[in-house]
Design a protein around this ligand. Structure first.
Ligand SMILES: Cc1ncc(COP(=O)(O)O)c(C=O)c1O
Length: 396
């Protein structure tokens, strides 16, 4: 029996090997990992949640353990809507739905909007989970280079003029993997382009609340007068990724489809976790928790930037994020980061090679992603020194 040739081609083209390798590394205690993409586990509110979870079981157990409504737990929808209103996000035509992480929201939006072979413009580099979701629907991906102020909007327009594009996918704030924040001008321009060329924008914003420097830039969704923007958020980076609670806010006509698609996907997001998030936000100071995260990541980012400055060769360029949990390093042209990744792993330091974040996964890539939210300050210093020594040898 040839199982491999029986698998659907839309999934056999997906590659996860590099990521699998990274996850293997993360499991090893003696590896300093800059490869993760999660908040600092020291911030997980485990003590508070212990009480909240037993309270849910004791007092709401029967309603927590039945089927729920696909749209989400009503009190959580209300809380998310209120929080989004503080940022001028939902418009009258919008609806908010709770999803099983931002990942599901992106997947549902793509499944609801994109026909086989239709185009999606993505930032290059971008978030692998979204790229793989788009690939699984046979979307044609068009990568557009990132600058210090976000995606190159002139290139976006060039593609829009020539190709059948359905969606522009952007992570405008503290982008994964670069840490870059898109300027307000570019946000306006993207929306203008979506209007002009009749396509949609998925604005993926799981890191937006994690600002530790600089001024807030309004979300594209705030300017979305005609329902072009599907706004995606998550509690993965502000609370914990394992609870799998995210949300999507978009025009109710698109949401109509998203809800039906979610119904055939997982029926609804686990009620228990939706109740947990609701009770946590209601009974504790969630904004203070986020502020603590911002302070911690700001400090860790500074430690990493100083170590990079001290130990990396001058020819390595890197971003200086104002928030989020990642920064992005660029080696001189022609150098491939993948073999350096393999050597770094031998020296027990892990990062994400840039090629995994690209449209063409096979092309050599001279970039890599560093996460600064999870390692201790001592490990950041130690790990960056090891990387710096390796880079000096490799680039000599
Ligand atoms: C840009 C971006 N979007 C979406 C996700 C998925 O987040 P969630 O855990 O909410 O599914 C991630 C996770 O790393 C991400 O970085």
């Amino acid at each position: 029996m040839d199982i491999q040739s029986s698998l659907a081609s839309r999934v056999t083209s997906l590659k996860a090997s590099a990521i699998r390798e990274i996850f293997k590394m993360l499991g090893k205690a003696d590896v300093i990992s800059f490869a993760g993409g999660i908040p600092s586990p020291e911030l997980f509110p485990t003590q508070e949640w212990e009480g909240l979870l037993s309270d849910i079981m004791a007092n709401k157990g029967k309603s927590a353990l039945v089927y729920g409504v696909t749209e989400g737990y009503a009190p959580l929808i209300e809380l998310v809507t209120e929080r989004l209103k503080r940022d001028s996000i939902p418009h009258d035509f919008d609806q908010v739905v709770i999803t099983t992480g931002a990942q599901q929201a992106i997947d549902l939006a793509c499944k609801s909007l994109v026909n086989d072979g239709e185009g999606i413009i993505v930032e290059e580099p971008s978030f692998i989970g979204s790229l793989n979701s788009f690939r699984s629907y046979n979307a044609k991906l068009f990568g557009v280079e990132m600058a210090d102020d976000g995606i190159d909007t002139d290139k976006v327009e060039e593609i829009l003029k020539k190709e059948n594009i359905k969606i522009i996918y952007t992570i405008p704030t503290f982008q994964n993997p670069t840490g870059v924040t898109q300027s307000l001008e570019k946000r306006k321009k993207l929306l203008e382009l979506a209007e002009k060329y009749d396509c949609y924008i998925i604005e993926d914003n799981p890191y937006g609340e994690l600002r530790f420097r600089g001024e807030n830039v309004p979300a594209i969704k705030t300017m979305d007068d005609n329902g072009r923007v599907i706004y995606v958020g998550s509690f993965s980076k502000t609370l914990a990724p394992g609870i799998r609670v995210g949300f999507v806010c978009c025009h109710k006509d698109i949401m109509d489809r998203i809800v039906v698609v979610k119904q055939v996907n997982d029926v609804h997001t686990t009620l228990m976790m939706q109740m947990l998030v609701t009770d946590y936000i209601t009974k504790y100071d969630f904004d203070a928790h986020i502020k603590k995260g911002c302070e911690l990541y700001g400090e860790k980012c500074s430690v990493m930037l100083s170590a990079i400055e001290k130990y990396f060769p001058d020819c390595v360029k890197y971003t200086k994020p104002e928030g989020g949990i990642f920064l992005w390093c660029t080696l001189p042209e022609g150098v491939d980061a993948k073999p350096i990744f393999e050597k770094a792993v031998e020296r027990k330091v892990a990062f994400v090679p840039g090629s995994t974040c690209m449209v063409d996964l096979e092309a050599p890539c001279n970039c890599f992603r560093l996460n600064f939210s999870t390692a201790s300050n001592e490990d950041i210093e130690k790990g960056i020194k090891i990387l710096g020594d390796l880079l000096k040898e490799e680039l000599a």
